[in-house]
Write a protein that binds this ligand. Structure first.
Ligand code: SF4
Ligand code: MG
Length: 318
């Protein structure tokens, strides 16, 4: 399988005051294969959105490498390739309202990208936009309307249409369904799943909860306090979670059919997530881990592939 994105030791630190830094993303490693949906989950503040925004260059990385289609993004940015990168990688935001210009109607919102990236000739815009709106479950008449005239689910469809309009190869979706009614969430997820196949798209799908990414993701990465703690295929992660944090997250998901699955006890995590300004020494999860040992306070666990394609950072597996 071909790696479309490789993230190597990526860090994004934000200065807070004069002497402190907030380590939002503190050295994560993963790759995404072409055509897959890769989910990232973690509680709010774990760095998942920052990771997405750094990958798409909304933020400049503090350290590390981002390799897209075999090229280092930082190198691309120095050249004309920047425009191509901006076309090939698109983002869908959690709050489509905040990311859509309220003074532009849908036609203007979509036309802006078509023009910048020279996607279709001007006389074909009208047809192109109509087809696109239908593709995402809206219709031609919606082109004249403004963002405030739509429901949350419809606005997210506009955000998806805008992203798709420039023929991207890779879409970062940052909690695209968290703000939507439960009844609408499945529709938007199904739309993305359908686009993955019909448009040969690769997705980085960011969510705060494992139940949201379970059905959509091919593989899932779990983040905690700026670190990636585990990555596996969806089936593997659900049937054989290795990291104590993943085990706790999974135990919080109600089982669809409790009688059929093995008994699973709810693991209640003690305490709160520590501040990313002063993260614990050693393992970032140790202050909340029921299995913590002496070494966990001293040595940061190595990021290791334990089985084929199953990665974890935990001293229990050394
Ligand atoms: Fe728990 Fe130690 Fe593993 Fe961290 S390294 S998750 S503290 S057992
Ligand atoms: Mg977020």
């Amino acid at each position: 399988k071909e790696k479309v994105l490789e993230v190597k030791n990526l860090k994004k630190h934000f200065p807070v005051g004069r002497k402190t830094v907030l380590k939002a993303v503190d050295g994560i490693n993963f790759h995404i294969f072409r055509g897959e949906i890769f989910g990232i989950v973690g509680e709010s503040g774990c760095g998942k959105s920052t990771a997405g925004r750094t990958i798409i260059q909304l933020y400049e990385p503090t350290a590390g490498e981002i390799i897209f289609n075999g090229k280092k993004i930082q190198d691309q940015l120095k050249k004309k390739d920047l425009l191509k990168f901006r076309q090939e990688m698109q983002m869908i935001f959690q709050d489509p309202y905040a990311s859509l210009n309220p003074r532009m109607n849908v036609r203007e919102i979509i036309t802006a990208g078509l023009t910048v990236h020279n996607i279709v000739p001007k006389n074909e815009h009208e047809n192109y936009i109509s087809e696109l709106l239908e593709k995402v479950g809206l219709n031609t008449s919606h082109a004249n309307r403004y963002p405030h005239e739509f429901s949350g689910g419809q606005r997210q469809r506009i955000g998806i249409a805008r992203a798709l309009s420039v023929n991207p190869k890779f879409i970062i979706a940052d909690e695209p369904i968290s703000a939507l009614d439960v009844s609408i969430q499945a529709q938007v997820v199904n739309l993305m799943k359908e686009l993955q196949v019909s448009r040969d798209l690769t997705f980085l799908f960011i969510a705060h909860d494992l139940s949201m990414v379970k059905h959509i993701s091919d593989r899932i990465g779990v983040m905690y306090l700026g670190n990636m703690v585990e990555i596996a295929t969806s089936e593997e992660l659900y049937s054989n979670p290795l990291h104590p944090y993943t085990q706790a997250l999974l135990s919080a998901i109600p089982l669809p059919n409790p009688k059929q699955e093995r008994h699973r006890e709810r693991i209640i995590l003690k305490g709160d997530v520590p501040s990313p300004i002063s993260p614990p020494s050693g393992c970032p999860f140790r202050t909340r881990c029921s299995k913590a040992m002496g070494i966990c306070a001293e040595v940061k666990p190595e990021w290791k592939e334990i089985y084929n394609n199953h990665w974890v950072a935990c001293h229990l597996y050394n």
